[in-house]
Write a protein that binds this ligand. Structure first.
Ligand SMILES: [Zn+2]
Length: 578
């Protein structure tokens, strides 16, 4: 099968064919039609979003033999030559390869001469931020007194690196990364025009992999067509990208909801057998969890075309906190993938961790009447009768690993509201309250917490999984009367939900027998904050790991084995034992 590469064949030849960037198009079209044009334009934006494409259409609009307009004829000699990339008055320069001042001078020396064929000489300088300081100075002279027949179009991925003197003489446009649907719809349009068969989900996958760049999307599409022998199926695209289908992700989540460890591991083995890239699988999982989280908060959100019913069902089955937690665990799993013995076992461990941390299916506890707080599950539509509320037995939680995520073991603490809190308070706490004076002036109480006892007290609290994450990652700054000031890293801000803050407040109030309130601050602004339990545990784990590594290196038997077999120690395989 022979065809012109799609990225080139379907490069937009007129403004009306450009996908997205409407804000830029409007300004250019108005300027051209009213013949009120600035002499220098700066297009900034990431790669493959259409900077040079726009510049070329602009050059054509200025030089079309039918006259200057936003709608060049596309048929005259000038238009054809621009399209074919051989129009003499469109001078394209890649600044990345011409940074020396001499090069720029040579380029600008010719600026004074009239255009040889068209009305305007158009200079398109790509990656303009790469020019040297002296080149910028040479350019600046021209920009200060531009000849009337010259237009400059600058493109850059890094506008911050441009001198202000240059910036201030340009009309600036920031090109946006294209949205997933803009890309997938354009791919669909092209395939329909090319009369090639395709599956919609495959296009979504390609668009996602292109990450905002239409150029990347088109070259991926080219590969997919070649790979699939002329058609674009989900199967070939998943294989090509190492990703998995929406159905496969949804099945994983369904098994998690049912706490079916066997099914989870079987599915993971299937993915490995299919040669899937687990980093990409994590990406698929993360984006699906993000979809579910959004759906829980914005029930009328537009859904992807495939698996929307199942997605909706999962949004009803899981509570919002669990989805946040699963997302967090998946994120960590993806990050730690390189450290795992192999990608599949890293993925398996992440799945098992998700399973053991899931607070929505509480383990059987005889003496605590488990009530499901109605506020915990907020179904957008009534959940299907089956699969929800099925009592499920949780397998033994995995032993916590040495990671700042690890210590959140399953706690049999049901979500409780403040009123329930009163009824369920432990006997000890009740008697403490009984003995306290009936009237307490809270504003005079100073809470009995300090950076020295903070981590110890946190470690002893009984908390549900998300609240535990919040507690372990918070550092104590100070106590002021009844206000406990805590520092939390901005990137962990999502842990501080209203509910988790309320639960941590209740737990601390109960533990200390004092009314208090929590005040969270940005950790970066508080270098004086005490340690967090998570950091303390991670440091202890790192120390134990180092001791284990030292012990192995100093072990005489290991030394003999090394020498006898010419062996070496793989440090990552060393694990401390208790
Ligand atoms: Zn023309």
């Amino acid at each position: 099968m022979s065809y012109l590469v799609l990225a080139r064949k379907w490069r937009p030849k007129s403004f009306s064919e450009v996908v997205g960037q409407q804000h830029v198009l409007r300004a250019l079209i108005n300027g051209l039609d009213q013949n009120r044009l600035h002499h220098a334009f700066l297009f900034s934006g990431t790669r493959g979003v259409g900077k040079t494409t726009l510049a070329r259409i602009f050059a054509k609009s200025l030089n079309c033999e039918q006259g200057v307009s936003s709608n060049p004829c596309g048929e005259c000699q000038s238009c054809i030559e621009v399209d074919q990339g051989r129009f003499v008055d469109l001078i394209e320069v890649d600044a990345a390869s011409r940074t020396k001042v001499d090069d720029t001078r040579e380029l600008l020396d010719n600026v004074q001469y009239a255009p040889s064929r068209g009305r305007y000489k158009v200079y398109l300088i790509d990656e303009v931020h790469m020019l040297s300081t002296s080149s910028f100075n040479a350019l600046l002279k021209t920009l200060e007194e531009p000849p009337p027949h010259v237009k400059f179009l600058f493109a850059t991925t890094d506008p911050q690196k441009l001198p202000v003197t240059i910036l201030s003489r340009c009309l600036q446009f920031n090109l946006r990364r294209l949205e997933l649907t803009q890309i997938s719809e354009h791919l669909r349009f092209i395939l329909e025009q090319e009369e090639l068969s395709f599956e919609v989900e495959a296009l979504t996958q390609l668009a996602r992999a292109a990450d905002g760049s239409m150029r990347d999307a088109l070259s991926l599409l080219d590969q997919a067509i070649a790979f699939g022998g002329g058609s674009v199926s989900s199967e070939t695209v998943f294989h090509m990208l190492g990703s998995i289908s929406q159905d496969q992700v949804l099945n994983l989540l369904q098994a998690l909801h049912l706490a079916d460890a066997k099914s989870l591991l079987n599915q993971s083995s299937e993915l490995a057998a299919l040669g899937r890239d687990f980093t990409v699988v994590f990406d698929n999982l993360l984006s699906t969890l993000q979809h579910i989280a959004t759906l829980q908060l914005v029930p009328d959100m537009e859904l992807p075309e495939t698996g929307s019913e199942q997605l909706q069902a999962l949004a009803n089955q899981f509570d919002a906190e669990t989805i946040q937690l699963l997302y967090q665990i998946a994120l960590h799993g993806k990050r730690d993938l390189n450290w795992a013995a192999d990608p599949k076992s890293g993925f398996d461990m992440t799945l098992l961790r998700m399973l053991s941390f899931q607070p929505s299916s509480p383990p059987a506890v005889e003496d605590t009447p488990l009530k499901k707080s109605p506020s915990l599950r907020k179904p957008a539509v009534p959940p299907p009768p089956v699969q929800n509320d099925v009592p499920v037995e949780i397998p033994n939680p995995q032993p916590p690993e040495a990671s700042h995520l690890a210590p959140a073991a399953m706690e049999p603490v049901p979500p409780i509201t403040p009123s329930e809190q009163q009824e369920q308070a432990a006997p000890a706490a009740v008697s403490a309250v009984d003995n306290a004076p009936l009237v307490t002036d809270n504003t005079l109480i100073s809470v009995d917490l300090s950076p020295a006892n903070w981590t110890q007290i946190i470690a002893e609290l009984k908390l549900s999984a998300l609240t535990r994450q919040l507690a372990e990652n918070s550092a104590l700054i100070r106590c002021e009367q009844d206000a406990v000031h805590l520092a939390l890293s901005p990137e962990l801000g999502h842990l501080a939900t209203d509910k988790s803050k309320q639960r941590l407040t209740s737990a601390l109030t109960e533990r200390l027998g004092q009314d208090l309130k929590l005040v969270f601050a940005d950790a970066d602004a508080h270098v004086d904050a005490g340690p967090t339990l998570a950091v303390e545990r991670a440091e202890q784990a790192a120390e134990r790991q180092q001791q284990a590594i030292d012990a192995i290196h100093n072990d005489p038997t290991v030394e003999i084995i090394k020498n006898t077999f010419n062996a070496r120690i793989i440090e990552q395989s060393i694990k401390p034992i208790d």
